[in-house]
Design a protein around this ligand. Sequence first.
Ligand SMILES: NC(=O)c1ccc[n+]([C@@H]2O[C@H](COP(=O)([O-])OP(=O)(O)OC[C@H]3O[C@@H](n4cnc5c(N)ncnc54)[C@H](O)[C@@H]3O)[C@@H](O)[C@H]2O)c1
Length: 355
Amino acid sequence: MNDNFYKEFENSQILIVGGAGFVGSNLCRLLVNYVDNVKVTIIDNLLSSEITNIPKSNKIEFREGSITDFRILATLKDEYDYIFHLATYHGNQSSIFDPIKDHDNNTLTTLKLFEIIRNYKNIKKVVYSSAGCSVAKKTFDMAVATTEEDPIEIDMDSPYSISKLIGEFYSNYYYKQYGLPVVRARFQNVYGPGEVLGAGNWRGTYATIWRNVTPTFIYKALKGMDIPLENEGIATRDFIYVEDICRGLMLCALRGEGGDVYNLGSGNEVSIAQLAEEIKKVTRSKSRIEYLPKRSWDNSGKRFASVEKSKLKLGFISEISHREGIKRTVEWTKDNLELIEKCILKHMEHLNYYQ
Ligand SMILES: NC(=O)c1ccc[n+]([C@@H]2O[C@H](COP(=O)([O-])OP(=O)(O)OC[C@H]3O[C@@H](n4cnc5c(N)ncnc54)[C@H](O)[C@@H]3O)[C@@H](O)[C@H]2O)c1
């Protein structure tokens, strides 16, 4: 992929809501590293992130607080060329545990942001981060690539998924009603450097610590802990490296059509069992595989994205192979073990995480 597109952000003002998070902080880092004369404003309440995620740069201004808080909303002006809305209540399990907090941080966030910016004249594009898991067909049979046009089922596995879809509904509503140029980006499973286990506040379940499968397996493999494999690891996912998703988000901002939706994934299907084996190989780990029952709430067993439309319309392709991405993530994890363990240990009063 030709990375000349960075030049197109020169002299821009960019707002990243949820910019201290895993994806947001990586996006921010790429923008300040590769774009001259750019100003990035981050709004984040650090619910599932650490302040240390935010790169140190005089191109960045950080405002701590919720995008639903009127004191934060009152600081916004019609000065942004691009807005990336990445705030969420992370993630499925937390939302099942506390649907009201999910609503406050995953639905109201979108509504209040769009209400404030709906008449802004300067905005070239707003990018809304949606989730492929909300729209994928719920199946443990052979998966077919999910396209952007596939019908969406009404049965959702979690309040998180419901919120992500409500965000899509509002994206289209504000586009049609007010001409707000919102582009929806449907992420597949993102992994890579910067996803800190235990980042942020306790959100009610062990998923506060074990956020996602890739960082969890890598950490446990490096520490020689058992690697938990639910349902024999038969579920499949489409894993996309974080720098690739950030490039995809930037291309959504530059080339995406307001009111339209694009899948951002690798287009490849990897089983959770394969992921565990790959990580064991790369880390040379002696960890045992611990076989566990299927997660009762998770019915979207096998899935991956069709990436035809984003390739054709945005010129997007994911560049980092899964093997290379895992290697880089393992190296980053080794280099950041102290930070990761500090964040895990923050939650010890709630849970003995070794059990
Ligand atoms: N990581 C993935 O695999 C994945 C997959 C599908 C969709 N997504 C979506 O991508 C976006 C980024 O995900 P991520 O993995 O970086 O998650 P993350 O939890 O690391 O980042 C979300 C950020 O939003 C912040 N936030 C929460 N509530 C807020 C509020 N009220 N006001 C301001 N900030 C708030 C959190 O503190 C955090 O920094 C999310 O919208 C998520 O739903 C991610």
